[in-house]
Design a protein around this ligand. Structure first.
Ligand SMILES: Cc1cc2nc3c(=O)[nH]c(=O)nc-3n(C[C@H](O)[C@H](O)[C@H](O)COP(=O)(O)OP(=O)(O)OC[C@H]3O[C@@H](n4cnc5c(N)ncnc54)[C@H](O)[C@@H]3O)c2cc1C
Length: 444
């Protein structure tokens, strides 16, 4: 989309025309082949349309302006930086940038009146689709590829950048066709490209502020960014996946992301040469502990049972690893932080009820998963653990509503099974949309 409020500049133009400008301005460093940059682009354009009279908006291609990026301390794409009175202000935005974050930072650059006036001029949009896919993990991507290749107008919506749990998995060695273990991020990037090339739209890193699922075969609606965008669809495929379960110990939510992590691939690198605690004893806890031995000096694994529930090969590998020690029959009751920034864990032995304390540099929690169903209406049938119930055709109890992947009630949750579910729903959504269109035609 052409946007006269956004100017593409290079290093030379930056220093000659922009760096000394008194007007407030914004720099967006982007790269080629960058899914988060593509997700940011329409939001940046919209914000530039709204505030372009008051703020100057620039784009800088990072790969061709590396020196400038280095000087400004930009090491990833996209990075958006805000300037007022020739000085950087506010917070730099990186990764999956949401529109509300752009607005929050623009608020620092213009007066309160201008900010409110310009926001009022926003024009809400509504778009119609055949198939709306909630969630861009492997299940959603597979559904999108099938639906879009069947020429259905298809959209994937995800509150995060797409890729799901696979994106943050270091290596996947059991996904057929890859030949050798592949990096989860790369596998999901391939799926994203395939879905887009098939014709699916992708709307990622947005706030989903409303969801109306029809109970009687009517249109479904999803409201994005407080009504800026409403998507209507004849059929909906729920592929919202699952997220890590909490231990439930005191202090866990307070120190989430600040000493307590749920993703070894994302955060392992911060614990080079340090001591860490891993909580859990299943496949994830064991596999991720083995991965974390690349960084950590020592790993203490805390398991509530008196044995590990992971598969025997991995469990044996862990038990023979010189860096790993296992404490059985023990749970964490409280997390806190010491003045030296180390985490302090209160532990309880479930056999003799004795309590103890353990100091560590960081904690990784892998105690199972729970489905992402918070946004979904109660009219959808769920099992006792909250997973969506479907039949073999991935149909839920509501017409035109499918559930696929880890959010679905089933025994095996893997990337390959998620992709299989997605394929079934993608194909059957086509039949449903055909019948939907015929029904509407008959009623006219
Ligand atoms: C540490 C770890 C290692 C793993 N290793 C392997 C492995 O080696 N091999 C293997 O096959 N499987 C592995 N898995 C399992 C595999 O990752 C999952 O089975 C698979 O990702 C499920 O895909 P999905 O699309 O159903 O859900 P997810 O991958 O969970 O994706 C769900 C997507 O939905 C989005 N979402 C959440 N809420 C909403 C909402 N309200 N609206 C819209 N979108 C939403 C999320 O942001 C996410 O992008 C591993 C999982 C973990 C946690």
């Amino acid at each position: 989309m052409e946007n006269s409020y956004i100017k593409e500049i290079d290093t030379q133009t930056y220093y000659s025309e922009v760096a000394n400008s008194k007007e407030p301005y914004v720099l967006d460093f982007y790269s080629d082949e960058c899914a988060p940059c593509e997700s940011l682009a329409p939001k940046y354009e919209e914000v530039a349309y709204l505030f372009g009279e008051n703020v100057r908006f620039y784009k800088i291609f990072r790969q061709q302006n590396r020196e400038l990026a280095r000087e400004l301390g930009v090491s990833s794409s996209p990075t958006v930086i805000f300037f007022k009175d020739r000085k950087e202000v506010g917070t730099r935005l990186r990764g999956g940038i949401k529109k509300k974050e752009l607005f929050r930072e623009i608020q620092n650059l213009v007066s309160e009146n201008i900010f409110k006036e310009r926001l009022k001029s926003k024009k809400p949009r509504t778009e119609d689709y055949d198939v709306l896919i909630l969630g861009g993990g492997p299940a959603g991507m597979s559904a999108a590829i099938y639906a879009a290749q069947a020429k259905l107008k298809t959209v994937i919506v995800d509150p995060e950048l797409t890729g799901g749990q696979v994106k943050i998995t270091h290596l996947i060695s059991n996904y057929p066709g890859t030949g050798k273990p592949v990096n989860g991020y790369e596998l999901m990037d391939l799926m994203l490209h395939q879905a887009k090339d098939s014709g699916a739209q992708v709307i990622a890193a947005v706030d989903i502020t409303g969801l109306e699922i029809s109970e009687n075969g009517g249109m479904h609606r999803i409201i994005i960014d407080d009504g800026d965008l409403t998507l209507c669809a004849k059929s909906i495929i729920i592929s919202t996946g699952a997220k890590p379960r909490n231990t439930g110990a005191k202090g866990e939510s307070e120190f989430r992301g600040m000493g307590i992590s749920y993703c070894a691939t994302c955060d392992g690198k911060y614990y080079d040469g340090k001591d860490i605690v891993v909580i859990g004893g299943g496949n994830s806890a064991v596999e991720e502990s083995l991965f974390l031995t690349r960084f950590a000096n020592k790993i203490q694994l805390i398991q509530n049972l008196e044995y590990l529930t992971a598969n025997k090969t991995s469990a044996d590998k862990l038990l023979n690893h010189e860096k790993i020690q296992v404490t059985y029959n023990t749970v964490v009751t409280e997390f806190s932080k010491l003045p030296n920034q180390k985490m302090l864990l209160k532990l309880k032995n479930l056999k003799d009820n004795t309590e103890s304390e353990l100091e560590t540099d960081g904690v990784f929690v892998f105690v199972g998963m729970q489905p992402n169903t918070e946004l979904l209406p109660n009219s959808l049938q769920k099992d006792q653990w909250g997973y969506l119930i479907t039949n073999e055709d991935m149909e839920t109890n509501l017409p035109g509503v499918y559930a696929v992947g880890d959010v679905r009630s089933k025994r095996i949750r893997q990337a390959a099974t998620a992709v299989g579910d997605g394929a079934i729903a993608g194909i059957l959504a086509e039949k449903y949309v055909e019948e939907f269109d015929a029904r509407i035609k008959r009623s006219h």
